[in-house]
Design a protein around this ligand. Sequence first.
Ligand code: SF4
Length: 177
Amino acid sequence: MSKARVATLWLDGCSGCHMSILDLDERLLELAGKMDLVFSPLVDIKEFPENVDVTLVEGAVSNEEDLEKIQKVRARSRLLVSLGDCAVTANVPSMRNPFSAQAVLDRAYVENATLNPGAPREVVPPLLPQARPIHEFVKVDMFVPGCPPSADTIYTVLTEILAGRTPKMSTLTRFGA
Ligand code: SF4
């Protein structure tokens, strides 16, 4: 039987949700018997591939690069999973939403700068007006709340999906857990 093609994506999040994936510890070896990790910040693959079975996405959509990524990833993924409160609700990244993008940049790069004040105009992708949850931009098939979702939750979600079942999220995790 061929293995499932699984990916993870890191948008505007603190990487805590990916740390939770690493907390699977020895269960990663068990999962490796059922799936191949074809793209992730945890592996050295530069281009998101075609025909991915399951993609877990950490983080909100906060800048133009995030938006390009999630649209490409959605088009190439059969099942898209919002992993963690930042992906599901925008959570911590949305704390900037009461302010304009320019006010946020000025605060970070001008008011708090002691050397070379000024917002970067190159390399750093332009901010969107607000940080927003993934499902406001693309269709999301499954929502896994938690900040971060525990390794046990991620293990159950993955094993259920790989077995062709739908995990019962309300018994697994909750917002802020
Ligand atoms: S949900 Fe929590 S752990 Fe995950 S990226 Fe957001 S702040 Fe970090």
